[in-house]
Design a protein around this ligand. Structure first.
Ligand SMILES: [Zn+2]
Ligand SMILES: [Zn+2]
Length: 138
């Protein structure tokens, strides 16, 4: 048994998994989410503060939904979040496309310490190319 205080209404409840909200607050948050989502669809140039005021929802809650990629602002929207890595404006998630790509590359480079790049036009240093590879290139 894991009893917690709900982060929202401070009532005690039996905590199982996920955010620290009691079942009734979770249901209310879900309703709020639907309201916010609808509002953002209808007013896709509204910023987070306006949405928060109009929907009577905490701005940090809205940002959290955006971070979770549940709520997405349109491309021409004036708002967004900042990439957690480079600070660029993004519409959802935590990182911009470039940083996502960079992180994916860093990851795959780490995985491939042995070089077998498919790009033939890159003049890779000859001494790293095995004789077999050079033969195939010529
Ligand atoms: Zn609650
Ligand atoms: Zn970035």
């Amino acid at each position: 048994m894991n009893v917690r205080n709900c982060r929202r209404c401070k009532r005690l409840f039996n905590y199982i998994v996920g955010p620290y909200y009691c079942p009734s607050c979770r249901a209310e948050l879900e309703e709020e989410f639907q309201v916010v989502k609808k509002y953002v669809q209808d007013h896709n140039r509204a910023d987070i503060r306006t949405v928060a005021e109009e929907c009577n929802v905490d701005p940090s809650q809205i940002r959290q939904w955006v971070r979770e990629e549940r709520l997405v602002f349109s491309d021409d929207s004036l708002v967004g979040l900042n990439c957690e890595k480079c600070g660029k404006m993004i519409k959802s998630g935590r990182f911009c496309d470039e940083c996502k790509k960079e992180m994916a590359n860093t990851f795959s480079n780490a995985m491939n310490s042995v070089r077998h790049s498919p790009s033939n036009n890159a003049p890779a240093s000859k001494d790293k190319t095995s004789p077999k590879m050079r033969f195939l290139d010529n």
